[in-house]
Design a protein around this ligand. Sequence first.
Ligand code: ADP
Length: 227
Amino acid sequence: MIEFRNVTKKYPNGTVALNNVDLRIDDGEFVFIVGSSGAGKSTLIKLMLREETANSGVVKVNGKNLGKMARYKIPKFRRSIGIVFQDFRLIPNMTAYDNVAFALRVTNVRNKEIKRKVPYMLNLVGLSSKMKCKPEELSGGEQQRVALARALVNSPSLIIADEPTGNIDPELSYEIVDLLNEINKLGVTIVMVTHEHDLVEQFNHRVITIDEGEVIRDTEGLEAQLC
Ligand code: ADP
């Protein structure tokens, strides 16, 4: 679960990026976070990953109060979350297989497990036949699927995707979100930042809209109100 209680984030230069934000995302949800450039979306994500800390209020992720988390615990906390970036962040000279395996190697997973898990994950994202390709030999959509496999391989209960379709053709963007949708059906919570309204409209998920550092719309419970 992700919980923001009265969270305000002010950068040292005085910019108030988030102002008194309250929100709660339960386990198993799929949530889109939308808003125009500068609205505060990245700041929200950075707070969830403890890349930034709030000036006031409480940020809790999976039961952990991030404002109180000791510095040495942060890397382990981040590894418990699957993170997907707009620019893929794959290691260029490594194959798709090795990029995914790398995420396991840094946590000292045994070779036998790596040999079992990596092909399974690449198969899940539809890339079995491209395991030996390097990023430059893959399309943007394929690179993002490798990044997704890497995010999933440590079995996170939460995936945070920051504009994952920002560098991908529109038709392939749908496939990436569809894949996230399938992953969500397996019980993984998905938080996806995007500014692509067309994409959001194709999926029936909760949408949180941020504007000038505030939550101005949250579709949670709206269906219930309409009935
Ligand atoms: P979004 O992701 O929606 O584009 P951001 O969270 O990046 O929005 O930014 C929200 C506001 O905070 C913007 O006004 C931006 O200029 C400002 N901001 C973001 N990061 C910093 C920073 N490190 N220092 C100062 N201001 C920042």
